[in-house]
Design a binder for this molecule. Sequence first.
Ligand code: ADP
Ligand code: DP6
Ligand code: CO
Length: 359
Amino acid sequence: MAEKTWVRMVTAQTPTNIAVIKYWGKRDETLILPVNDSISVTLDPAHLCTTTTVAVSPSFDQDRMWLNGKEISLSGGRYQNCLREIRARACEVEDKEKGIKIAKKDWEKLHLHVASYNNFPTAAGLASSAAGFACLVFALAKLMNAKEDNSELSAIARQGSGSACRSLFGGFVKWIMGKAEDGSDSLAVQLVDEKHWDELVIIIAVVSSRQKETSSTTGMRDSVETSLLLQHRAKEVVPKRIKQMEEAIKNRDFGSFAQLSCADSNQFHAVCLDTCPPIFYMNGTSHRIISCVEKWNCSEGTPQVAYTFDAGPNAVLIAHNRKAATQLMQKLLFCFPPTSDAHLNSYVIGDKSILKDAG
Ligand code: ADP
Ligand code: DP6
Ligand code: CO
């Protein structure tokens, strides 16, 4: 029975990403195919990231997963889809030092244990599903010696959570919605790497780390079913914005970048209000942050800071440079002193804001 005692483990770390042109709405719920392209920026893994360890052993009698120390069920379609897709691409693994040899066909029978930890609030609108599923797929691919590149892996991570496909790359990333019915061309590509625009500084103001009431999945399903604004946004607005955003990023044009990011975040939250029943992801503190940034940008004549809010009340603030970031911090601390009721729980400051690829 000695041969039954080995365990092979792989640990990966993946940063989260925040969309500056949002994904909101699926045209296929099972394959997770979106109604529009989206663009995001990948954050610094030193601040917001998922760490996932995947293990395989002949002594495991079922697949199991723990998230932030608590066991969760793997029976959901999203986990099953990711596991199935990676298992189908598994290759032979040989570790001579440990005396482990796993043949390609063995992966069908072997069970997995997964332990994942987010170093930031889970399900609170800071894209835990993005970092989580990207990390899971990346770690499994390494464990099983799958040969796929990051774009091919992104199409698998997409089937765990749409936004996850963009976390396989650093820098600015585009999720191409694709046309194929089987979803094979719905994947992420890197627009520019983390060095391209490294003067940007990203500050996250944590307004609330509580779990949101409406998950992104449920929220966007309701929006697709009931919001006319969503149809207009997907067909008429986003295609133009995607082109303009790509130009702004390529040219490091902060004025256009800020204008497009803020407008897109506001339109996404307008779609949420246009949903029946309406969804309120932002709260009064989020609105005050928007006013504070808008007033400042207006008084400067040219934008210094862009804001964007995902499906939650927490603000992601992108400053033009370190000087603007320092001024922003002063303004936030003035508007939300730590002693006030509406104080912000924490600020996460990216030193080097946009960072590396998965793993
Ligand atoms: P968020 O805004 O944080 O992305 P979502 O509603 O989109 O919130 O998704 C939250 C869900 O994502 C969690 O309930 C869980 O199912 C999944 N998730 C979060 N973190 C991880 C992780 N590290 N590994 C696997 N799945 C995760
Ligand atoms: C507002 O990727 O979390 O953050 O695909 O159902 O898992 P599922 O949803 P998810 O939605 C993210 C929505 C968003 C915008 C974005 O990240 O583009
Ligand atoms: Co999510």
